[in-house]
Ligand binder design. Structure first.
Ligand SMILES: Cc1ncc(COP(=O)(O)O)c(C=O)c1O
Length: 460
């Protein structure tokens, strides 16, 4: 990654060997100081209870990390170890304590400001914007940075509404998830996530692709056509998740997306792809590019692995001044690490059909297949791509999913549920997960499944 030309202020300082050396020394000092600082079991439990009291509800898992970790392994403050196959719900690309990313973070932290505002961008904003647009294809010309996935989605929604004013409706898929702000809670197809919130009533639904229904595409097109007939000129845009994250890692073939996006374009409806969870995980930075859907896409949002968030858009969707702003563009460390991460994906063979992320998906699938051979009724559908994979345990009933997640946690493996009817168990592992880590994770999972089978009297 080192360049031979004279370095400029825009080049990442982590490429400078003396700077990197100093960063390494600081990280080593921190790690040395931290060693042996564990909590007793009693104090560990106390800290977790305190956290729960302050939050006003239980943690999803009783965990408090120590700061120690390596790849998919993370150590808790009581000295116990977990295999982290969910990575902060898809945030950690190279797992825990990746040396190069830590050094990048330390160097960025030693720069000017901790956060950067939109008013006074630093070199980190320039570099991450360039890196994103490098992968965004021929049509997306602009990028606006923000903090969370929901922020990026809010910006996308505003750009779409402004361009299509006075149209005020938006189409989403059933089982969609787009974030937790007021607007995103309404776009998300989970009533429990907006309980008690006032709604504007401008969200229209269409069914997502169903691989078991040969008429699935026609049904979705018919539902969209019905909305277009009923609300002429009132639909501003439609939001797509190429792989539904929270909805259960459901995906569809290119022809499905091409047909629905094509209809949107014919009807003058904006095509917006929410890549907050898919970002990087399919083996391309953007899943819509992996499926070659460039010609239809107007607006794209990214988050999670980016270590911040971004909205990318065509010239036509560039909003008028005043619509999209805000104090923060991102944290300096987040932007530097996000850029470094993209550069490493580019240079270390992670991207593309034969890239390491695509191969990781194949490796995980083969492990599920081998598990399914031994336990055909335990392992149901296996879905997903690359570094986002999920499976249905037994019939996917909520209490079974919960039992498997809890048993896996006790066996030392952190996973998360996704979707309903059937419920699935998802993995968002580091993109550089080793064979040994996969072996250990599947050993934990197998033990957890055996326990649940016995406790719930389920077939093998
Ligand atoms: C597809 C999708 N969109 C938006 C979001 C919201 O992102 P954030 O939680 O960073 O606001 C998520 C988070 O899980 C997501 O999966």
């Amino acid at each position: 990654m080192a360049t031979s030309k004279r370095p400029s202020p825009v080049d990442c300082l982590v490429e400078s060997e003396p700077v990197r050396e100093a960063a390494r020394a600081l990280i080593a000092a921190v790690q040395e100081e931290r060693a042996g600082r564990g909590l007793s079991a009693r104090n560990y439990a106390k800290c977790i209870r305190e956290l729960e009291r302050m939050r006003g509800r239980p943690l999803v898992y009783p965990m408090l990390t120590s700061g120690e970790g390596r790849g998919a392994r993370v150590w808790m403050a009581d000295g116990s170890m977990k295999l982290d196959f969910i990575g902060g719900i898809g945030v950690y690309a190279f797992g825990h304590n990746d040396a190069d990313l830590l050094e990048t973070a330390v160097v960025a932290a030693a720069g000017d400001t901790i956060f950067q505002g939109h008013l006074m961008p630093g070199p980190e904003e320039l570099r991450i914007s360039r890196a994103l647009l490098r992968h965004a294809g021929p049509n997306l010309k602009h990028v606006w940075l923000a903090l969370s996935g929901a922020d990026a989605n809010e910006n996308a929604l505003k750009m779409i509404f402004q361009k299509h004013a006075p149209a005020e409706k938006i189409v989403v898929f059933e089982k969609a998830f787009h974030g937790r702000t007021m607007a995103m809670a309404e776009l998300t197809d989970r009533p429990a996530f907006r309980e008690g919130l006032p709604q504007k009533g401008n969200v229209l639904h269409v069914p997502f692709y169903d691989a078991n229904d040969p008429e699935s595409t026609d049904k979705t097109l018919a539902a969209l056509e019905a909305h277009l007939r009923r609300y002429p000129g009132q639909i501003a845009g439609m939001c797509f998740e190429i792989i539904q994250g929270e909805g259960g890692f459901n995906t569809a073939p290119r022809e499905f997306f091409a047909a629905v996006m094509g209809l949107c374009k014919e009807a003058g409806v904006a095509v917006w792809v929410d890549e907050v969870q898919t970002f990087v995980r399919t083996g391309e930075l953007f899943a819509f590019r992996w499926l070659e859907l460039d010609e239809w896409v107007d607006v794209v949002t990214a988050g999670k692995l980016l270590q911040g968030s971004a909205t990318l858009y065509t010239k036509a969707y560039n909003p008028r001044p005043g619509l999209v702003a805000g104090t923060y563009a991102g944290s300096t460390v987040g932007m530097a690490v996000g850029t470094r991460l993209i550069e490493r994906l580019e240079h270390e063979g992670y991207l593309g059909e034969e890239g390491r992320i695509a191969l990781l998906g194949g490796r995980i699938r083969r492990r599920f297949q081998s598990l399914a051979k031994r336990m055909p009724r335990t392992v149901g559908d296996v879905v997903g791509i690359g570094a986002m994979m999920a499976f249905v345990p037994w019939n996917g009933a909520p209490e079974i999913v919960k039992a498997v997640l809890e048993a896996a946690f006790e066996e030392g493996l952190v996973l998360l549920g996704a979707g309903s009817n059937p419920g699935k168990i998802r993995m968002l592992p580091p993109v550089n997960t080793s064979d040994e880590e996969l072996e250990s994770a599947f050993a934990c999972l197998e033990k957890a499944l055996a326990r649940v089978r016995e406790e719930h009297d389920l077939p093998c």
